[in-house]
Write a protein that binds this ligand. Structure first.
Ligand SMILES: C[S@@+](CC[C@H](N)C(=O)[O-])C[C@H]1O[C@@H](n2cnc3c(N)ncnc32)[C@H](O)[C@@H]1O
Length: 233
């Protein structure tokens, strides 16, 4: 399947449009079905087995529920972490800071375009970057630029994305059965067509001195891990 990037409805709807609100709620369920919070937490724990990082930056964090679930799974080992929830829409759900605080995490909400923010973000203290259902929004050139900025500022990037293929596409067509609305159903199919396969993301990673892992995860997903040599020992 050739990769095809097309606009997703959730990205264009106003944040408070009822269809968008409902679709962000659907995404919580989709993430559960895809097993992404568990995959992310396990990958982070394996990458940083001894000590929690000081900062975890969630790129395209949406309503923040994904990050809160990951933090919950990492408790009680990971405490005193600052979660930077970055999204170009102001959509972090009111309950999320409390949920993160319950696990000993602080929250910083950033409403900005990822590319602009990465250009300005300070380089002090290597951060861990996570991305869930986010990288597939971008073409190869944009991804290469994003990776370059992340590699200059981070020690680890973990991304859970849709796997591009007929089986995930067929399953995306069934999301109505678990109550997902038209926005979610449209965006899920678009996301699979824009998703990844093989080692497409590794091929775009710019920096030497990083260990890369990329491949299938679960039934529908594609996992990408870039870890700086010697980081998170
Ligand atoms: C499919 S949603 C995933 C949200 C969240 N990660 C989750 O798992 O629920 C993609 C998110 O990326 C955000 N987004 C898209 N393009 C962006 C950009 N250029 N900069 C920052 N956020 C962006 C959208 O606003 C949206 O919240």
């Amino acid at each position: 399947m050739k990769r095809r990037i097309e606009p997703e409805w959730l990205d264009d709807l106003p944040a408070d449009d009822p269809r968008a609100v409902r679709s962000r709620r659907d995404l919580r369920r989709v993430n559960w079905w895809m097993g992404h919070p568990a995959t992310m937490a396990q990958t982070l724990r394996e990458a940083c087995p001894r000590e929690a990082p000081a900062r975890v930056v969630d790129l395209g964090a949406g309503d923040g529920d994904f990050c809160a679930r990951v933090a919950q799974r990492l408790a009680p080992g990971w405490r005193n972490v600052t979660a930077v929830l970055l999204d170009r829409q102001s959509t972090v759900h009111g309950e999320v800071p409390q949920r993160l605080a319950a696990g000993g995490w602080q929250v910083e909400v950033v409403v900005a375009d990822v590319f602009q923010w990465l250009q300005q973000a300070d380089r002090s203290g290597p951060a861990v970057f996570v991305a869930n259902l986010f990288l597939h929004h971008f073409g190869s050139e944009q991804l290469a630029g994003l990776f370059e900025a992340v590699a200059a500022r981070g020690a680890l990037l973990v991304a859970c994305e849709p796997r591009r293929g007929l089986w995930p596409l067929a399953c995306a067509g069934l999301l109505g059965l678990i109550g997902c609305n038209a926005v979610t159903r449209h965006d899920a199919a678009a996301s699979v067509r824009a998703g990844f396969a093989g080692r497409e993301l590794s091929a775009l990673w710019p920096a030497p001195g990083w260990q890369l892992h990329e491949g299938r995860a679960g039934l529908f997903s594609h996992l990408f891990v870039a870890r700086k040599d010697g980081a998170c020992p």
